[in-house]
Structure formats: structure tokens, C-alpha cells
Design a protein around this ligand. Structure first.
Ligand code: SF4
Length: 337
């Protein structure tokens, strides 16, 4: 389900940006193909044009592209986005029935058989549709620019991080007009407890102290993006819940927390869990704010990697939740709730 959701999100968001770039340039290749052919988005010539437009949009990601993302009060863009999303959802669903070499199903094919599975698929369509509304009220000033940005794959060099070489894929990179970046990782899981699980700081953290958060993926990706795009400034490392009522979590520079979390805002109680103070050094002497958080995280992960590489692989769960879904049922270190 998550793989399906990622793919539909990727293709639909690329589509929005390509259409906006075409409008900005006064072109009409995509619009003409859509007018002339039903299901034009699946045509090869259409996809090639999307790639070309996207490349130009990414060349200077600070240039604003009206209509490249849904916004509150912009009903026409939301409606167009919904239609494109639905079309891509249907097309991607039909691809699930394709056979590799005419014999084997696609790896991770999502083919519903039971009534429950059909219901889950309906739920997924509803979730991805309502995500458009959620996003319209968040990440103010930011526009999506890079999608499924991979490193260390397909000939791209691996990236050194915490003393090891990494490969990975960043779900989405949003950029504002000033070159500020929000790195976004999609999570297709319940919105219940999402913030508690994915916010960067635990409640009651003392200023100046640092400990690795439960979840480090977006912090790792943010550091990789920071190094790969030195002309941009990473200001947020986020997780976007694509399910249910949706949620945003993670870490954001204190000056853009309001913009990132948008119309739903962040309660004063939760604010210390997501806000990265500009003057906070996280135990470092060479940086502050978001940069210090990313460096401190990498340093702590490097120490953990060193221990692992030295053979210290003893189970050491953070808390009972870490063991909740672990399949090692006979583990002596399991922490029960
Ligand atoms: S049950 Fe054991 S192996 Fe599984 S997460 Fe907990 S400590 Fe680790």
C-alpha cells in the first residue's frame, strides 16, 4: 500500500509542477495532448514533455510556479490536482495487473481480492485526495521541486554519511523563493500518535542538550540534501503522514515553524518538540540551529555505526514501543508494554 501511495504521489506532484511550468512559459504541449487524447498522462510523448518541463523547473527551484501545488482558497488548482491524482491512481491501479515477461506479477503488486482489500484501496484513494487539502494549508511559501530524489543508485555516487556510504531516496524536496528547503519523507501510517513518534525532540528536553530522536531518517536525508545542494539552505526535516487526517512532524527552523505547519499550527505545548532555535548549538561549537542539529545527529549516528562495525550488535531497545512489532518473539531483551 505504501509503495503504491508513494508512486501515485510522485507522479501526480511531478505532473502539477510540469503543468505549472508549461503555463509559466506560455507553452501548450501537455494541454494539447490532454485535449486530444483520453488518458494522455500515460502516453510516452506526454511523459517525456513532463520530464523536460520538470527539468527546467528544477534548474532554478526558487522561481515560483503558480498552480504547482494546491493552496487554500485556490479552488481551480485543487480541482485540477484532484482530477490528475484520480487519473494517475486509476492508471497505476491498472498497472498492478501487468505481468513481468507475461508470467509473473509485478513485485509488490497491489491487487485487491477480498472485500477488505477493496475497502483498503478505497481508503487509500480517499487518503491521497484529502492529502491535497491538508497540504494546501501547510508549507506556506514552499513548492515541491524534487521527487524521489535518489543518491547512490543508478550510477549516482554513494554519499558518505556518518563514516559509511549511503544509498537512498528522498521522497520530496520543497523549496521556497529564498532557497530555503524542506526535506519531506512520506509515511503511510496512522495519524494517531504520529507527532509523538516523529517529532525531533522529546518533551522536557533541556536547552543545549542533544539526544538522537526516535526517528532519524529525515535528519539523515536533510544532511545529504544540504551537502548535495550547497546553494540551498535546509530549514526543515519533516515527515508527512499520508493517511487518515494526516499530520506533519519532524524539525523546522524556529522562524518557519508557523509557515511549515500552516493553518493547523502547533500548540505551545508541542512547539519545543519541533522548533529548532537559531541559537541552539546542540553541543557543538562550530554551528547552530538546523545545521547544528544535522551535524550533531550525524555525529551520534557515526558513533552508533562505529559500535556496530566493531561487532557490538547487542539488542538495546530504546523503549517498549521499539519492540512492539518486532518479529523476534524469543528475544530476551524484549521490553513488554
Ligand atoms: S524484541 Fe529484541 S530484537 Fe526485537 S526490537 Fe526488541 S530488543 Fe530488538
Amino acid at each position: 500500500m505504501g509503495t503504491f501511495a508513494h508512486r501515485v504521489l510522485e507522479v501526480s506532484r511531478r505532473e502539477f509542477v510540469a503543468r505549472a511550468q508549461e503555463r509559466l512559459e506560455g507553452g501548450h504541449v501537455l494541454a494539447d495532448l490532454r485535449a486530444a487524447h483520453e488518458g494522455a498522462m500515460q502516453r510516452e510523448d506526454y511523459r517525456e514533455e513532463v520530464e523536460r518541463l520538470l527539468g527546467r523547473a528544477q534548474a532554478d527551484p526558487c522561481v515560483r510556479l503558480p498552480g504547482s501545488r494546491p493552496l487554500v482558497g485556490d479552488a481551480p488548482t485543487l480541482e485540477e490536482a484532484r482530477a490528475a491524482l484520480d487519473e494517475e491512481f486509476d492508471a497505476h491501479l491498472s498497472h498492478q495487473y501487468q505481468l513481468v515477461g507475461g508470467r509473473r506479477p509485478l513485485p509488490q503488486a497491489l491487487v485487491p481480492h477480498l472485500a477488505r482489500e477493496h475497502g483498503q484501496l478505497l481508503g487509500l484513494r480517499r487518503d491521497l485526495g484529502s492529502l491535497l487539502d491538508f497540504e494546501a494549508g501547510a508549507l506556506e511559501g514552499f513548492e515541491p521541486r524534487l521527487f524521489e530524489w535518489g543518491f547512490g543508485r543508478g550510477g549516482a555516487p554513494k554519499v558518505e554519511y556518518a563514516g559509511v556510504l549511503l544509498t537512498g531516496t528522498v521522497d520530496r524536496i520543497d523549496v521556497d523563493a529564498h532557497g530555503q528547503v524542506a526535506v519531506i519523507d512520506y509515511k503511510h501510517k496512522s495519524d494517531l500518535g504520529f507527532a509523538r513518534e516523529y517529532d525531533a525532540f522529546s518533551a522536557g528536553r533541556e536547552q543545549g542538550s542533544f539526544s538522537l530522536p526516535r526517528r532519524v531518517q529525515s535528519l539523515v536525508y536533510a544532511q545529504v540534501v544540504r551537502r548535495a545542494f550547497p546553494d540551498l539552505t535546509v530549514r526543515a526535516a519533516l515527515y508527512l503522514c499520508t493517511k487518515g487526517s494526516h499530520a506533519l512532524a519532524g524539525a523546522a527552523d524556529e522562524n518557519i515553524v508557523d509557515l511549515v505547519f500552516g493553518e493547523r499550527g502547533v500548540s505551545s505545548k508541542r512547539l519545543p518538540s519541533v522548533s529548532v532555535p537559531r541559537g541552539e548549538a546542540f553541543g557543538r561549537t562550530d554551528a547552530s540551529g538546523m545545521e547544528a542539529l544535522l551535524d550533531a545527529s550525524e555525529e551520534a549516528i557515526a558513533r552508533a555505526m562505529e559500535r556496530l562495525l566493531a561487532g557490538d550488535i547487542e539488542a538495546n531497545p530504546l523503549d517498549a514501543e521499539a519492540c512492539q512489532f518486532c518479529p523476534v518473539l524469543n528475544c530476551e531483551r524484549r521490553l513488554r508494554k
